[in-house]
Design a protein around this ligand. Structure first.
Ligand SMILES: Cc1cc2nc3c(=O)[nH]c(=O)nc-3n(C[C@H](O)[C@H](O)[C@H](O)COP(=O)(O)OP(=O)(O)OC[C@H]3O[C@@H](n4cnc5c(N)ncnc54)[C@H](O)[C@@H]3O)c2cc1C
Length: 447
């Protein structure tokens, strides 16, 4: 009977350490340091590197990758338990070496990279010395690879890339870009593109502008609108096999989606804690806000929604560990992806509202959380697309009936059961008027 909600003792002790370490040592950094991905910030490096050293000593560095891929991985369930603490803080994932989008980029370099590619790009990324960028979405195509136009052609011993990419996160801080480009336009829609490693500073690579999110100062924009204008890279900078970019992307995005969800639990809990504190602290005429039924309802609903979501995330993490293949857990990852923005949005909105004007001001983080909820519903593919995936996967386990009435049609079932037990019922049983008086006279279409 392997069905257990307990965390093993050794890891539970690690988590206790992580929780205290993040609250006391890491969260304050969010208020004084700028951008975790800017590795040229010497002030930040001097503060953060000793903390990273402590994490390494505890064996918790790069926990998203297994030891065979260069990390200290404990599997996805343990990673979920870790990330649901790290997600509280902007800096914590970088202090633990498992920050997106580098974590996903490291994952595909580890899986598909040659020894030379791993040494040159993966190792410094795992060491936390550089940042990286994943450059797939195109301005006219969203993330639908069948509509991509960016292309790459082989010219002697070089690939020549041409095209535009949109919302390439951290382009301005990245030492290299993982770029999806069409190499085989006549192949099937999912075999046309290949993945390339483009070092930053390669001639022809231009960041047209750095786009900021709605609430961010324009100068902090980190989502690159990137142009590749006859960018030449060595032939050995093809990542994985030619024509396999779509499959590589799925490996990356599968992990990316569930890891965002793990961190979202932390964000939702943090907002929820603020909401409970406010409900107990703020007085209205009849007492604290918490004494009002409408507020109790919001607290109850929020708690249920977080716990439901957390169970879905942990179960999905467990399935990934079990199958070790994202494709076999596609339905569940898509479900987590769909649930994630809604949980964070609904709880943040309630928390914001309970804080009144303070809640919508920039003195609390609820507006940021609302924007985060929206971006989680867009990044790695919009919610609608994932709903389609869930429905398609779910329907694979179901069949159409060829009979006039459904297989769960009560009169049909009753008739079959009556026939089966006829010798023992002897005229008794529920008969025609049983089961709420349903009419058994309806003709059965099912044998
Ligand atoms: C914060 C953030 C970070 C990102 N980081 C990266 C990154 O690092 N690298 C990268 O390559 N991309 C990145 N993206 C881009 C992201 O993958 C795209 O935003 C996303 O795939 C949607 O594409 P789009 O924005 O062009 O929207 P569109 O494709 O224009 O879609 C707009 C809306 O149309 C609807 N829609 C679109 N397609 C369908 C469909 N098939 N079925 C039903 N409805 C549909 C949905 O409502 C969708 O929200 C990031 C996005 C955000 C918000």
């Amino acid at each position: 009977m392997a069905w257990d909600f307990e965390t093993d003792r050794a890891f539970a002790e690690q988590l206790e350490w992580v929780d205290a370490f993040v609250r006391e040592e890491v969260e304050p950094l969010d208020h004084v340091l700028r951008e975790p991905f800017d590795k040229t910030d010497e002030v930040a490096n001097a503060i953060v590197q000793p903390l990273q050293h402590l994490v390494r000593e505890r064996g918790l560095w790069a926990a998203h990758l297994g030891p065979e891929l260069g990390g200290s991985g404990y599997g996805q369930v343990h990673l979920a338990l870790l990330n649901e603490i790290l997600g509280r803080s902007r800096w914590a994932p970088s202090v633990f070496g498992c920050q997106a989008p580098d974590s996903g980029n490291a994952e595909i370099l580890a899986h598909f990279g040659t020894p030379e590619q791993r040494a040159r790009y993966l190792q410094p990324l795992l060491d936390g010395r550089i940042s990286s960028c994943y450059s797939m979405t195109e301005p006219q195509a969203g993330a639908d690879p069948t509509l991509f136009r960016a292309s790459a052609r082989l010219d002697g011993d070089e690939w020549v890339l041409r095209g535009e990419k949109w919302f390439s996160t951290n382009a301005r801080y990245a030492s290299f870009f993982l770029v999806m480009a069409i190499t085989d336009p006549d192949a099937g829609p999912y075999e046309r593109a290949s993945m390339f490693i483009v070092p930053a500073g390669t001639p022809g690579l231009e960041i047209v502008r750095n786009v900021a999110l709605g609430h961010e100062a324009p100068e902090l924009g980190a989502h690159g609108y990137v142009r590749y204008d006859d960018v030449r890279i060595p032939a050995d900078h093809l990542l994985g096999q030619r024509g396999r970019a779509f499959a590589i992307a799925q490996t990356r995005l599968g992990g990316g989606r569930i890891h965002h969800a793990m961190r979202t639990i932390a964000m939702a809990r943090r907002v929820f804690d603020a909401m409970c504190e406010r409900a107990l602290s703020r007085q209205v005429r009849s007492g604290p806000l918490a004494s009002l039924g409408v507020v109790q309802e919001q607290i109850a609903d929020s708690w249920i929604e977080i716990e439901q979501f957390r169970l879905l995330v942990l179960r999905t993490a467990w399935l990934i560990d079990k199958h070790n293949d994202y494709r076999r857990v596609r339905r569940d990852i898509a479900a987590v992806k769909v649930a994630m923005p809604k949980v964070l949005h609904d709880i943040s909105r309630r928390a914001l509202h309970l804080h009144g004007a303070l809640g919508i001001s920039n003195e609390m983080n609820f507006v940021e959380m609302l924007v985060a909820a929206e971006l989680l519903g867009l990044a790695d593919g919009p919610t609608e697309v994932h709903r389609v995936t869930i429905a398609r996967e779910v329907l694979k386990d179901h069949r159409a009936v060829e009979t006039l009435f459904p297989s769960d049609h009560l009169p049909t079932l009753r008739e079959a059961a009556t026939r089966r037990f006829a010798d023992r019922l002897g005229g008794g049983g529920l008969g025609g008027g049983g089961l709420g008086g349903l009419d058994d006279g309806v003709a059965s279409a099912q044998a």
